[in-house]
Design a protein around this ligand. Structure first.
Ligand code: ZN
Length: 76
């Protein structure tokens, strides 16, 4: 099984992550407002869409993601 990787958006902004392999669904709870979000096990669009409602946190996520993925120098 290759189900070990938690998507970055979930790692960053959500807690209580549950992957239901049988149902092909995953759920997690938003750290900001404690809403429970569901999505297919292969996508994160619901999580991202929800997180965009927390604009400041979402922008923080975008910046964090950039520093994870890219090797570009950070100018601060
Ligand atoms: Zn939320």
């Amino acid at each position: 099984m290759m189900e070990g990787a938690i998507p970055k958006i979930i790692k960053f902004g959500f807690k209580d992550y549950v992957l239901d392999v049988g149902e092909k669904k995953r759920t997690a709870v938003c750290k900001v407002c404690n809403s429970k979000i569901r999505d297919m096990s292969t996508t994160t669009s619901n999580f991202i869409r929800h997180y965009k409602t927390h604009k400041e946190r979402y922008e923080e996520y975008i910046h964090t993601k950039g520093t994870f993925d890219a090797s570009q120098p950070q100018i601060s």
